[in-house]
Write a protein that binds this ligand. Structure first.
Ligand SMILES: Cc1cc2nc3c(=O)[nH]c(=O)nc-3n(C[C@H](O)[C@H](O)[C@H](O)COP(=O)(O)OP(=O)(O)OC[C@H]3O[C@@H](n4cnc5c(N)ncnc54)[C@H](O)[C@@H]3O)c2cc1C
Ligand code: SF4
Ligand code: SF4
Length: 375
C-alpha cells in the first residue's frame, strides 16, 4: 500500500480554501523550494503557490514527494494533538481549556523604559531584551511598523538588541505574520530564534518539530505567545476610524482593547470605539480559530485582568520556566502569583472556551473539545 504523502494540493484544499487557514506563514518559510509566497494585500493574509512551478493548487515538488508545507502547518489535520504531545509529552486533559501550563504569574518589567514601552507590563519586551543580551537567542521575530510608525501598517521584523525590542514594543490589532521575517534573520547569520506571535503563529514551530520539518523547526526554539480573540483587517483604519470617527492613522498614538477598542490620540484625546462596530473588519482567518491562549508557546502573555500595568503570564514549558527564573535572578522581572487576580484566570478560561467553539464541525474534533459545564 502506498504511504500517503500529503503536500501542497492537500494543504490548499483542506486548509487554505477549507476555511482553516490563519495566514500564519509557517508553510511559506518551511518550503525548501521557495515556491510559496504570501499575499498580505487587501485583507487576504494567505499563502499562495507560484505558477512558475505547478499551479494554484498543484506543486511539482509535492508531486515528487515534498511534504514540508503540510508538516509546518499548525492547522493541518490532527495538529493540536500532535503539537501537545511533542511540546508537553502528553495529550491535554479536556479541562485544560487554555492549554497545558506549569505556573501562572502577573509579570512586569523592572526596567522603566521597557515597562513604559510595553502594552501591558512590558514583560515580553523585557524577556526579549534579556534573551538577546544573555545569549539565549541570536534574534527575535516580532512585529514592527512601517516607516516612522504613524501609518500603523505592520511589518514582520527581526530584532537583535534592546533598541530593536523597544522600537517594536506594544500591540497592534491588525495581522503581522512575524514568521515572514525568518529569512532575513537567517541571512544575517542568526541560528537561534525567538518568535513572538498570537496562537496561530506560535503553534507553527511546534507543528514543525512534531513532524520533523528540519532546520526551520530547530531554529525556532523559543516561542512567546500573545493571547488573542481576533485581529482586524487593516482597512478598519479608513473604513471605520476615519469614516465614522474622523481619526486618521497618523493621529493615533496608542491602542488597546479592553472591552472596547481604545484609541489615544496625538491631541491628547482618548476615544472608545465599541467592539461591535469593529466586528465587520474581523480578519477571515480568525473566524474559525480555536486558540485564544497561544496554547503551544513556551510562555503566553495577555492583558486581561484587574491590573493594567502587569502582563498575565502563563509558563508552559521547562524552557520557558528556566528563562523566567534566570530573568528573576537577574532582577529583570517583578512577579506576583496569578492567584492575585482570580478574575483574570476565570476570564482566561471563559475566553479560551469561546474560541474553541469556533473550530468548524467539518474539521478534526480535538480543538473543539471542552469540559462539561459546571452545574
Ligand atoms: C492582535 C493582538 C490581540 C490581542 N488580544 C488580546 C486579548 O484579547 N486579551 C489579552 O489578554 N491580550 C491580548 N493581546 C496581548 C496583549 O495585547 C499584549 O501583547 C500582552 O499582554 C503582552 O504585553 P507586554 O506589555 O508584555 O508586551 P510588549 O512588551 O508590549 O511586547 C509585545 C510584543 O508583541 C509584538 N506584537 C505587537 N503587535 C503584534 C501583532 N499584531 N502581531 C504579532 N506580534 C505583535 C511586538 O512586536 C512585541 O514584541 C493581544 C495582542 C495582539 C498583538
Ligand atoms: S495556517 Fe499557516 S501554515 Fe497553514 S496553510 Fe495557512 S498560512 Fe500556511
Ligand atoms: S484569533 Fe488571533 S490567534 Fe486566532 S487566527 Fe486570529 S490572529 Fe491568530
Amino acid at each position: 500500500m502506498a504511504i500517503e504523502k500529503p503536500q501542497w494540493t492537500e494543504l490548499f484544499e483542506e486548509v487554505v480554501t477549507g476555511g482553516l487557514c490563519t495566514g500564519c506563514a509557517a508553510c511559506v518559510i518551511a518550503c525548501p523550494h521557495d515556491v510559496l509566497d504570501y499575499d498580505a494585500a487587501d485583507g487576504a493574509y494567505k499563502p499562495f503557490h507560484l505558477d512558475i512551478d505547478g499551479s494554484i493548487d498543484t506543486c511539482t515538488h509535492g508531486a515528487k514527494g515534498c511534504t514540508m508545507c503540510t508538516r509546518a502547518c499548525p492547522r493541518f489535520r490532527s495538529w493540536e494533538e500532535e503539537i501537545d504531545e511533542k511540546r508537553f509529552g502528553r495529550p491535554r486533559h479536556v479541562d485544560e481549556v487554555f492549554g497545558q501550563s506549569i505556573e501562572i504569574f502577573l509579570a512586569r518589567a523592572t526596567d522603566p523604559e521597557l515597562a513604559a514601552a510595553g502594552q501591558d507590563g512590558g514583560f515580553v519586551s523585557a524577556l526579549l531584551a534579556f534573551a538577546l543580551e544573555h545569549d539565549h537567542v541570536d534574534a527575535a521575530l516580532v512585529s514592527g511598523l512601517e516607516g516612522d510608525g504613524s501609518s500603523w501598517r505592520t511589518v514582520p521584523t527581526v530584532v537583535t538588541d534592546r533598541a530593536g525590542v523597544l522600537a517594536t514594543a506594544g500591540s497592534r490589532y491588525t495581522y503581522s505574520a512575524n514568521m515572514l521575517a525568518y529569512g532575513e534573520a537567517v541571512e544575517a547569520g542568526a541560528e537561534r530564534l525567538a518568535l513572538v506571535g498570537m496562537g496561530c503563529q506560535v503553534s507553527g514551530p511546534g507543528a514543525m518539530q512534531a513532524r520533523k520539518a528540519g532546520k526551520v523547526a530547530r531554529r525556532l526554539g523559543l516561542t512567546i505567545g500573545l493571547l488573542c480573540s481576533k485581529t482586524f483587517d487593516d482597512a478598519i483604519f479608513e473604513e471605520l476610524f476615519e469614516a465614522k470617527y474622523q481619526i486618521r492613522r497618523d493621529e493615533i498614538l496608542k491602542m488597546n482593547i479592553k472591552g472596547v477598542f481604545q484609541l489615544w490620540l496625538t491631541d491628547d484625546r482618548y476615544v472608545e470605539v465599541p467592539l461591535k462596530e469593529c466586528h465587520a473588519w474581523t480578519r477571515e482567518g480568525c473566524t474559525t480559530c480555536p486558540d485564544f491562549a497561544a496554547e503551544h508557546a513556551d510562555i503566553s502573555t495577555g492583558g486581561i485582568g484587574s491590573f493594567s500595568d502587569w502582563t498575565l503570564t502563563i509558563v508552559r514549558t521547562e524552557a520557558g520556566k528556566d528563562l523566567l527564573d534566570a530573568m528573576r535572578e537577574a532582577g529583570q522581572v517583578e512577579l506576583r502569583p496569578g492567584d492575585d487576580d482570580p478574575a483574570a484566570i476565570s476570564l482566561l478560561r471563559r475566553l479560551a472556551g469561546v474560541s474553541r467553539r469556533r473550530w468548524p464541525a467539518h474539521a478534526v474534533e480535538a480543538p473543539r473539545l471542552l469540559p462539561p459545564p459546571v452545574t
